[in-house]
Design a protein around this ligand. Structure first.
Ligand code: A3P
Length: 301
């Protein structure tokens, strides 16, 4: 996909949200549904699964460097991360669909990204016992990041103002459905599916080296310590923000004058957005939604 002209990606208007397979969706992620569900995973494929804005790009780049950082140097300088790690359910014509990109990936392993909730992940990933790396982020920061993303990305429905967005987020009326079900769904899966590595954005911010080590153990990689240090440095927020291959610059549907893709990369930015009343309402609702899970998040570090 080197040399693909992204300026040909012209979206006329923002998509509408609709109910699809039990969750809220936009047509960009449902149009190729049959092919998505029929997708043939291979045993060594690695699925990177997240709720939108939980750190997908970060972990994608870490995995890409772990596997391919020392191969073909032009991969790192000329192919944007979203082409190296295809977004399985995406269809943004005239770009090839995520399924096509994944099918044509020449790499071994193939790194594939999805935001689908657990129940909609193509079944071949489970049949092939593929490794799955899931990243979860606390609901408050995840919501804030998603709000700014919808503001700047014309491929998403209009978020309205912050309060409108937050109410919709709590109701689960966001693309890819409720955050609550998403994080809990993968958490439950992990109890019976040992090839799922569940990571937290907050841990990655607090101690990226330690998170990289546990990721390597899960993947069975014995990447030398010097190499790991290099990867931690390259995947630091500031470096990824400067790196044209990881910062989504040049994607015409995104307006960086409204908000950059690599925005803040912090834990606790929710404090700059939630009013006291919104926070109380959110906490009360959160308690109800999360009362049946052992999953715990940190909202500050
Ligand atoms: P913010 O909007 O809070 O800054 P995704 O890749 O799933 O879309 O997630 C994007 C979020 O992850 C953004 O959050 C982005 O800044 C943050 N992010 C990406 N790379 C990061 C890094 N290396 N360190 C910290 N945060 C990072």
């Amino acid at each position: 996909m080197e040399g693909f002209d992204f300026s040909s990606l012209k979206l006329i208007s923002r998509p509408e949200l609709f109910e699809f397979e039990g969750i809220s969706m936009v047509h960009y992620f449902t149009e190729n549904w049959e092919n998505i569900q029929k997708f043939q995973a291979r045993p060594d494929d690695i699925l990177i699964a997240t709720y939108p804005k939980a750190g997908t790009t970060w972990v994608s780049y870490i995995l890409d460097l772990l596997y391919f950082g020392n191969e073909a140097p032009d991969r790192q300088t000329s192919i944007p991360i979203f082409m190296r790690v295809p977004f399985l359910e995406a269809t943004f014509p005239p770009m090839p669909s995520g399924v096509e990109l994944a099918d044509n990936l020449p790499t071994k392993p193939r790194l594939i990204k999805t935001h689908l909730p657990i129940q909609l992940v193509p079944k071949s990933f489970w049949e092939q016992n593929c490794k799955v790396v899931y990243v979860a982020r606390n609901a408050k920061d995840n919501a804030v990041s998603y709000f700014h993303f919808e503001r700047m990305n014309k491929g998403q429905p209009d978020p309205g103002d912050w309060n409108t967005f937050l109410q919709m987020f709590m109701e689960g009326k966001k693309v890819f459905g409720p955050w609550y079900d998403h994080v809990c769904g993968y958490w439950e899966k992990k109890q019976t599916y040992s090839n799922l590595h569940y990571m937290f954005f907050e841990d990655m911010v607090e101690d990226p080296g330690c998170e990289l080590d546990s990721l390597c153990s899960f993947l069975g990689l014995n990447t030398p310590i010097e190499e790991r240090k290099k990867i931690t440095k390259s995947t630091h927020f500031n470096n990824m923000k400067e790196n044209k291959m990881t910062n989504y610059s040049g994607v015409p549907v995104m307006d960086f004058t409204i908000s950059p893709f690599m925005r803040k990369g912090k834990v606790g930015d929710w404090k700059n957005h939630f009013t006291v009343a919104q926070n109380e309402q959110f906490d009360e609702h959160y308690k109800q939604k999360m009362k049946n899970t052992t999953l715990q998040f940190r909202i500050e570090i």
